[in-house]
Design a protein around this ligand. Structure first.
Ligand code: SF4
Length: 231
């Protein structure tokens, strides 16, 4: 296993060398740099764009899914379809407590009273625990997602989780993203077609109003806009 210092230097070097890389070039670098068991690709199962791109480069890689216990059935169905269609291993990152146990310990509907605490227990901690087994993770973060993501690099050092973070489609516009789905017939969560452009846990996802910011349906009515996964 590489040391943290080695990985950080690697991330910084690759960050410069791959600053203008295409998604396929970035994913090829991942496959050639890290042993298969040392990197993982994260997906919220909104679509399989990133998984499809990676599967064109290599196979048998791990796909991280944060199984919060609060997902829409359509999201679970998309995860299961991905597992059938692509040669990947789904890694379900589970919280310490089931939803019923959390309700018993912290009271029901914690997401309504303390969404940050609920996200910490059901997403952030399981993510950190899972990532501790890897040297690198690949995400579908794009610069157009939010102003806070405008400077997302193709390769960078994830200080919070202590591993290399690769964002192969960071530079993609919405038009490029949607064109890839159409041209390649990519698997998509059925909720996208039903009017949910940004899908998270069911209790915290609403349909945005017509013409509103696509992410405005997440934690609608609250100041919260991020889970704390990509800070
Ligand atoms: S998105 Fe909502 S339900 Fe999901 S972990 Fe966060 S607060 Fe809890």
């Amino acid at each position: 296993m590489s040391t943290t210092t080695d990985l950080q230097s690697l991330a910084e070097r690759a960050g410069q060398e791959l600053a203008g890389a295409t998604a396929t070039e970035a994913l090829t670098w991942v496959a050639e740099t890290f042993p298969l068991e040392r990197w993982i690709l994260a997906s919220n199962m909104q679509d399989a764009v990133l998984i499809d791109l990676a599967a064109k480069v290599t196979s048998g890689f791990d796909v991280l899914f944060l199984e919060t216990g609060y997902h829409f059935p359509e999201t679970i169905g998309t995860r299961d379809a991905v597992a059938t269609v692509y040669p990947v291993n789904i890694v379900n990152a589970l919280p310490d407590l089931t939803v019923a146990e959390q309700d018993a310990e912290h009271g029901p509907k914690l997401f309504e009273r303390a969404a940050d605490r609920c996200c910490a227990m059901r997403k952030v901690i399981p993510l950190r625990r899972t990532l501790s087994r890897y040297d690198a993770w690949v995400t579908g973060v794009r610069r157009v997602d939010a102003p806070t993501r405008a400077n997302t690099p193709i390769v960078g050092w994830d200080e919070r989780n202590g591993l290399v973070k690769i964002n192969p489609i960071a530079a993609w516009t919405d038009e490029e993203f949607n064109a890839y789905i159409t041209e390649h017939g990519i698997l998509e969560n059925p909720l996208v077609g039903a009017g949910y452009p940004s899908i998270g846990c069911a209790p915290c996802t609403a349909k945005p109003l017509p013409g509103a910011d696509p992410r405005s349906g997440r934690w609608a009515g609250k100041a919260k806009t991020e889970c704390g996964l990509h800070g």
